[in-house]
Design a protein. Structure first.
Length: 565
């Protein structure tokens, strides 16, 4: 029995509250936590635990409110515990707080960075840099709505097309994101890329000459585009095509296969458009979209008679000057036309090939040796929305002893870790079931695939390059066919391989498939042995065949323009 006036054993009380939440004793947990908070005893762990308890009873707004307090208190405490930090200066000197925020951001500690930038950004006269850093540090924790608020503040305060593009990116991960993005993309175009005048073009018929195509991106070889675009460039028929690359600096594209490589980093949009027009380009393809350092302003000037968007940006650009966006058949959904300014041009079972780099030697499913199943996601924290967390928690609870590996640079942030654990605890999943890892490269990164029994795709914002890398390394990937084109992107990594059993049609089906696939480890191992050979035999690896389809699509687009179709 506690002696009156003695402080409670806080560690034991918090541990008991968490155990109560995990066991579904929510009333007891809330009562215990409320008593502790009212003492008052300050500890951010209390707020995380209360957030978990409210999540367990479906109080979404309450959970978010308590989670926000927990993240803020936790970040401030972590900042105060750093060697040499003067909290009095942190609170009173903006330049000092900015210095701490910059260091936290550089270290990948986005919770700390958000706390530092967050006390500066809402103040009158806050710089564009501070507001943008605030938005990014929030987004990198998956605090999507807060990030949208920050980017909106930057875009509206500074009338910035760049800030508005970051807002567009954040929309990918928001609730009802594709529709929110479609509206914002149109607004971006109205503000910064009004429809071009009907310019005359002198491009002649293709009889007796090569089709001239141009690709635009800051860099092709030194970016995520490389494994997707290089197979196409290497298979283009240069006897029938002239291929022009418009990049930031040609020095970054040494060895690229093209007719010509032009540097446009130092050129204004008008000058870059003039250069492209002087090259007589028939089809101009944007590979970058509303991503940092993109050149959609050039496309808005319509320097080529036909313009298309491809690879890096599957959403609408919002630009009337862009005629087409290139998609695969499998992403088609009922409301596509309403979401796009461009016309969707479908290329068949895939929208792009993928050429993997170094790969892991084939490995058996690790559960055979471990004795437990490892699920994993190597995706950005912003993709882990509430529906995804709820489904993954159901899977973990249904597969006794299993673990979930979350691997991304920002998952080393202690604030993000505790927020994620609180969200899972709200669904009855305790901390020892979640493993966090940061960024790795080379052999260490490849070895990570050898530790996964089943990769889990988030939804409605599925994985990108990391999903392609998982399948190419023989890891089974479970994805959900969502209601719109964006939430169906994950199917393109599986259905062209004939792995239809890895595509779920609902969240209930998703959970059921995950549990069924991991029930029989011998069967899971047999499936794993199929994934890589199926990948190699799939259209994804038919680089020449896909490139021929793409070239034919470009010719059809040009002929359609030429004939006024």
């Amino acid at each position: 029995m506690d002696i009156p006036g003695d402080e409670p054993d806080l560690d034991a009380e918090i541990a008991q509250a968490r155990a109560d939440v995990a066991a579904g004793r929510i009333v007891e947990a809330v009562d215990r936590l409320q008593t502790l908070i009212e003492v008052p005893i300050y500890d951010h762990r209390l707020h995380y635990a209360m957030a978990a308890a409210l999540g367990a009873v479906g109080d979404v707004e309450g959970q978010r409110s308590w989670l926000l307090d927990a993240q803020t208190f936790h970040a401030l405490q972590a900042i105060s515990e750093q060697d040499g930090v003067d909290m009095a200066r942190f609170v009173s000197e903006p330049d000092y707080a900015l210095q701490i925020g910059d260091q936290a951001y550089a270290d990948g500690k986005m919770g700390l960075a958000a706390a530092a930038f967050g006390q500066l950004a809402p103040q009158p006269g806050a710089t564009f840099y501070v507001i943008m850093r605030w938005g990014l540090s929030l987004l990198h924790q998956g605090r999507v709505q807060e990030a949208i608020t920050a980017f909106t503040l930057a875009a509206d305060t500074y009338k910035s097309s760049i800030a508005h593009e970051f807002l567009l990116y954040a929309c990918f991960f928001a609730e009802n994101g594709v529709r929110l993005h479609a509206a914002e993309a149109r607004r971006w175009a109205q503000l910064y890329a009004p429809p071009p005048a009907n310019l005359p073009f002198a491009n002649s018929d293709l009889a007796g000459r090569k089709l001239r195509i141009g690709y635009v991106a800051p860099t092709l070889l030194r970016s995520q585009l490389n494994p997707f675009i290089v197979p196409v460039l290497e298979n283009h028929d240069l006897d029938q095509l002239d291929v022009f690359i418009y990049c930031a600096d040609p020095k970054t594209e040494i060895g690229i296969r093209a007719t010509a490589v032009r540097g446009i980093e130092t050129l204004s949009d008008i000058d870059a458009a003039s250069l492209i027009a002087s090259d007589g380009i028939d089809i101009l393809i944007d590979l970058w979209g509303h991503t940092a350092d993109g050149r959609l302003g050039v496309f808005a000037l319509k320097p080529a008679p036909v313009q298309a968007a491809w690879i890096n940006y599957v959403q609408t650009t919002g630009l009337a000057a862009i005629d087409y966006v290139l998609h695969a058949d499998g992403t088609q959904a009922a409301d596509d036309d309403a979401l796009f300014v461009e016309q969707i041009w479908r290329l068949g079972p895939i929208a792009v090939p993928f050429r993997p780099g170094a790969r892991l030697d084939p490995t058996p499913t690790p559960a055979l040796a471990n004795g437990f199943v490892t699920f994993a996601s190597f995706n950005h924290p912003a993709r882990l929305n509430d529906a995804t967390v709820a489904a993954w928690a159901r899977i973990l609870k249904g597969r006794a002893g299993s673990r979930l590996l979350l691997k991304y640079r920002y998952f080393l942030d202690p604030v993000l870790q505790q927020a994620v654990l609180a969200r899972f605890l709200g669904h009855g999943v305790t901390a020892e079931r979640i493993v966090f890892e940061g960024h790795s490269t080379g052999p260490d990164y490849l070895k990570s695939f050898g530790r996964i029994d089943l990769a889990l795709d988030p939804s409605p914002a599925p994985g990108g390059t990391t999903s392609s890398e998982a399948v190419s390394n023989g890891v089974p990937l479970l994805t959900l066919r969502g209601p719109d084109f964006y939430s169906r992107v994950g199917t393109l990594r599986l259905e062209p391989l004939g792995l239809h059993q890895l595509v779920a049609e609902s969240w209930d089906d998703y959970v059921a498939k995950a549990l069924a696939l991991t029930e029989d480890l011998a069967a899971l191992d047999a499936l794993r042995a199929e994934v890589r050979p199926r990948f190699e035999a799939s259209p994804i690896r038919d680089e020449a065949g896909f490139t021929a389809i793409l070239e034919d699509a470009f010719r059809q687009m040009f002929e359609r323009w030429k004939t006024g179709g």
